[in-house]
Design a protein around this ligand. Structure first.
Ligand code: PMP
Length: 354
């Protein structure tokens, strides 16, 4: 830290993203990316001709892409907001809607970025414990009268709450914004976006990073009432109106047109998830019930850190958290069948070697 950093940020603990090591080729199951490339249409869309237009700014309103997404999800264009990854949308949610009078609540075990944003904006945060089995008690959030952010499916557990529970939370906090982070919704969970026409305080955010194989393109979107979307735009136009680059825009437009390709890939991930959970059970692992493109699993007699290191030495990358309630687990992204077999073989080798 230099002596120039504002004292506001002196105690800030930045988010630690999953490692992206460049030293060797790993079986990379640590940051929930898709193992599948973007669709052929997406690859063709990022053409030399489009690269040739990089001298021009992109459309800050992202009109074509918003129109396509609105049509896909049956909402109005005024209900769609686009930004540079869903992390950017989370950032805007905390910046736009939360303050000392409007604190924010989220579960104690969830996406690690929520407490960072709360700290960044110096917000009073209510951190609500999950039950011991990692399930969320919906009653904890009903009538809370705070802004609320919940990942559904949750990270790093992969567990879900039903849309009917989300509706209860939204209904009973009518004067606060409820953000449902659906980064992982396309792998078998039900989206609550069908509710946005009924509730002006519901914001749903999703991403092109996981189910649409575009983590490197950085694109997230939010669906919500026209009022909430206008508020997010106010923040976007007060920070960085051109926050989605031209190449990402053309890639994303083609991705929306290739919806069938991505739905097929999501089915493959779901099959590989079931397969991996079953094979791990044979080895004595306990895995939480996941509807995401990752699983949270516990090895008998070995803590998460030990397993993580043993896997990494053998070229397989997963993620673990050195926190009391999470330290027995590793989070494993569900990749291709070949990747999962490499992972499972490596786990077996480690177990044999004791
Ligand atoms: N929400 C959750 C729950 C996540 O796990 C992630 C990925 N780390 C994000 C949002 C952000 O994803 P992105 O910025 O790539 O859209």
């Amino acid at each position: 830290m230099s002596r120039f950093l504002s004292s506001r940020f002196a105690a800030l603990e930045a988010y630690t993203p999953g490692e992206q090591p460049q030293d060797m080729e790993y079986v990379k199951l640590n940051t929930n990316e898709s193992p599948f490339p973007p669709s052929p249409e997406v690859i063709a869309a990022v053409s030399a001709a489009e690269v040739g237009k990089l001298n021009l700014y992109p459309d800050p309103e992202c009109k074509r892409l918003r129109r396509k997404l609105a049509a896909l999800y049956g909402v109005g264009e005024e209900n769609v907001f686009l930004s540079n990854g869903s992390d950017d949308i989370l950032n805007f949610f905390f910046m736009a809607f939360c303050d000392a009078e409007r604190p924010v609540a989220f579960p104690n075990i969830s996406y690690g970025f929520y407490p960072v944003y709360a700290q960044l904006y110096n917000l009073p945060a209510t951190v609500i414990p999950l039950r011991e089995d990692f399930s969320l008690n919906v009653e904890d959030y009903c009538g809370l009268h705070q802004n609320i952010v919940i990942a559904n499916p949750n990270a790093p557990t992969g567990m879900v709450i039903p849309v009917s529970d989300i509706e209860k939370i939204v209904q009973t906090n009518p004067d606060h914004v409820v953000l449902i982070d659906e980064a992982y919704v396309d792998f078998g969970a039900e989206s609550c976006r069908g509710l946005i026409g009924q509730y002006e305080n519901l914001l749903v955010c999703q991403t092109f990073s996981k189910s649409r194989s575009m983590a490197g393109g950085r694109l997230g979107f939010a669906l919500g009432s026209a009022g909430l979307i206008a508020d997010l735009n106010k923040i976007k136009y007060s920070t960085n109106p051109y926050n989605i680059n031209r190449l990402t825009l053309v890639a994303a437009e083609a991705a929306v047109d290739s919806d069938a390709y991505y739905r097929e890939n999501c089915k493959k991930i779901q099959a590989n998830r079931a397969y991996t959970v079953e094979e791990l059970a044979k080895l004595g692992f306990t895995t939480l019930p996941s509807l995401a493109n990752f699983i949270f699993t516990r090895c008998p007699g070995m803590d998460g850190g030990t397993l993580y290191r043993a896997l990494k030495r053998r070229g397989v990358l997963v993620r673990y958290w050195n926190k009391p309630e999470l330290k027995d687990f590793v989070r494993v992204t569900i990749g291709s069948r070949e990747q999962m077999d490499r992972f499972l073989d490596t786990v077996q080798t480690i177990l044999k070697e004791g």
